[in-house]
Design a protein around this ligand. Sequence first.
Ligand SMILES: Cc1cc2nc3c(=O)[nH]c(=O)nc-3n(C[C@H](O)[C@H](O)[C@H](O)COP(=O)(O)O)c2cc1C
Length: 361
Amino acid sequence: MSHLFSQGQLGDLTLSNRIIIAPMCQYSAAEGAPTDWHSVHLGTLAQSGAGLLIIEATSVTPEGRISPWDLGIWSDELGDALQREVEKIRRWSPIKLGIQLGHAGRKASVDAPWKGGKALSGSEGGWETLAPSSLAFSENPTPKAMSSEEIAQIKQAFVDGARRAQRAGFDLIELHAAHGYLLHQFLSPLSNQRTDNYGGSPENRMRLVLEIFDEVKAAVSLPVGVRISATDWTEGGWDIDGSIQLARALEGRGCAYIHVSSGGLSPAQQITISPNYQVPFAQQIQQQVAMPAIAVGLITEPEQAEAIIATGQAEFIALARGMLYDPRWPWHAAAKLGDKIAVAPQYQRSEPHHLRGLFSV
Ligand SMILES: Cc1cc2nc3c(=O)[nH]c(=O)nc-3n(C[C@H](O)[C@H](O)[C@H](O)COP(=O)(O)O)c2cc1C
């Protein structure tokens, strides 16, 4: 059996293989609630054979949404709506389900990407954004620097969201501290110029992420992992050394895994994108912690994914765009690597003649 198709462990959650579907915003929610699009989209991905499906960044407060069409979990009604989606998937698929909890901070209140992704004014349905400091991202309006009270409210919102996620039936919670959104804004000295105990030293900038992690972990019995941007790809920004320090601190607190992405905080970022371009960051972190690292970013080929796991660069790999392009990627990977894959009984007759034995029941 390949390494890619061996069982894996995230905290006490067992995954049938090492393939994770990365969270992907769909900009298709209605007032924070999932729509038919989510049933279709998630239903498709749930038949992929991946070990874990992490659903898109789901905002813990209304103003934490990237766009007005993001999923939310700031009320019990929204938790119930997500529970209905979870139940639909569970009726037809054994895939494990995670949810990414987030807050967009100064990158909130923008249009859907396919409509240009520009900041929305009040008359266009936009709102005032919150951030560690009143420093704007790119052309977006200047955010309001958060008061201590607002910081306490956000922490509580993450805890409430996590409790609702557990009640909704998810198997795992991922905290979104990547891609220039609120928690990453606290980590990076480029966006955090606070003078209280949430700004200044690396310890102070990491404080909010660690406090939220601790409170969420204490509130739920599910495995809790964290997604980070390992570097801002720009001078004077958050970097791999800080990421290693953060990963060690999270591990000491019982973090289930670290999901290693990069960038998104500064428009000045200089990234040369190529296959595996973020894998070295996952590898550097994986060498320093015992909890699993998830590598992500332009992993598209089965042999490439297998090599990452086999050489110990990361324990898991995640795919985003590759799964949209080919929602049966794990089936094709199993065929390429000579493994078996479990498929829904409704689809068993599709096993190709030249691949007899690919499907396990
Ligand atoms: C449509 C789309 C939506 C995304 N939404 C999220 C998100 O909600 N949360 C997140 O952490 N990353 C998000 N990402 C980033 C992906 O999870 C992933 O890290 C990135 O696309 C690189 O992986 P890939 O090369 O396999 O696509 C999104 C990417 C895409 C393409």
